[in-house]
Design a protein. Structure first.
Length: 377
């Protein structure tokens, strides 16, 4: 298989890499992190001006019609810079759901705004009891005159603190864990009946819990038929997340190798110690495996839904989760105490990698999913 990037892909990768390198240093990131919004609105607009937020969308909606490979190139560079902007959740996950489920009018109205970074979205599917199960939904929606009203609570809505619209899964029929009866709604988080409680996650990004008390929602797609689309688009988000993690792992490995070459003990660089060299090689081996699986996930992310696609994405997530934890743990171990300090960028990569290893499902969750799919095969 030929993995050589074409000219357009190389230009895309170079554009994102240059943007992150020149304008997203660690000090700038800390300034953005401490802001009320939790990221830089100026950078978000710059993403739109450069066409980065338009990459995965159809040309009919102002996009470039990029595939999972183009998404991989963008997310990998964003991961290297620990960028805080909610690209994954707004553009990939939420944008994909609207493109798959939305009516012609909804897509024509919303997707150009998302593609140009004029509108930021978020996805609210997790609940306090759900533990990665998209079908475990207690939030309920009731039909009323002119629309729907929603009641319930959604947890850890990444980017939800600043989103203009939030896509909320809610049950319109069936029991709590039934796979039928789950619908998706557009909710204005500033509207009547919606309340947000914002906070920082472990890796510095901001999220919120969303409380709904007779909040008004606009239906996306058919009532009770959203679960398949949620699983499919979460698969695309997982592939993008694996690419982001690879970028962060690359940066962590480079920081660790540079430290081993410069830190001296007994008058020599500690990188000359054979035991530490072996540990560094093991980190690179884990990175290489995760990179290969991220490429595989990117290649199948936009394929039609199938067991084979689901198996590949689940396998990529398992390998990435375990590599992320290994590299985070060993990077800190090889650095010693400085690796844990807030003022040093490695600690932020380590925290982000630990967050990645649990978001959208940890390795145990996806290993079980992979095993079930193998039994079906």
């Amino acid at each position: 298989m030929n993995f050589t990037l074409n000219e357009e892909q190389q230009m895309l990768q170079q554009t994102v890499a240059r943007l992150v390198r020149d304008t997203y240093g660690f000090e700038q990131r800390e300034h953005f992190r401490q802001s009320t919004q939790g990221f830089s609105s100026e950078h978000w607009q710059q993403f739109g001006e450069l066409g980065l937020t338009a990459v995965p969308f159809n040309e009919a909606f102002g996009g470039f019609g990029g595939s999972g490979v183009e998404t991989l190139l963008v997310m990998k560079e964003l991961g290297r810079g620990l960028c805080l902007e909610p690209y994954l959740h707004s553009v990939i996950f939420a944008g994909g759901l609207i493109e798959q489920l939305g009516s012609a009018q909804q897509k024509a109205e919303l997707l150009p705004q998302v593609a140009s970074a004029q509108l930021q979205l978020a996805v609210a599917v997790d609940e306090p009891q759900s533990h990665y199960a998209l079908n475990d939904v207690q939030t309920c929606a009731t039909a009323c005159e002119g629309g729907w009203t929603l009641r319930g609570r959604k947890s850890v809505v990444v980017g939800g603190q600043s989103a203009g619209l939030i896509l909320v899964s809610a049950r319109t029929s069936g029991a709590e864990r039934d796979e039928e009866g789950i619908s998706l709604f557009l909710v204005d988080p500033q509207g009547v009946g919606a309340t947000r409680s914002s906070y920082h996650t472990i890796d510095g990004r901001k999220a919120c819990d969303l409380f709904l008390e007779n909040a008004v929602g606009v239906l996306l797609g058919e009532p009770g038929k959203a679960l398949g689309a949620l699983r499919y688009q979460q698969g695309r988000a997982l592939a993008a997340q694996c690419a982001e993690a690879v970028g962060s792992m690359e940066a962590a490995c480079e920081l660790t190798l540079d430290y081993l070459k410069t830190r001296k003990q007994f008058g020599v660089a500690i990188g000359t110690f054979q035991a530490l060299q072996h540990r560094m090689v093991e980190m690179r081996m884990e990175l290489d495996q995760a990179t290969s699986m991220a490429v595989l996930a990117a290649c199948v992310a936009d394929d039609p839904d199938s067991d084979e696609r689901s198996r590949a994405i689940a396998a990529a997530k398992v390998v990435t989760c375990r590599a992320a934890r290994f590299i985070a743990d060993n990077g800190i171990q090889l650095h010693g105490g400085i690796g844990l300090t807030w003022e040093y960028v490695l600690s932020h990569h380590a925290k982000h990698l630990l967050m990645v290893a649990r978001q959208f499902g940890d390795d145990d969750h996806h290993l079980n999913a992979f095993s079930r799919l193998m039994q079906v095969a």
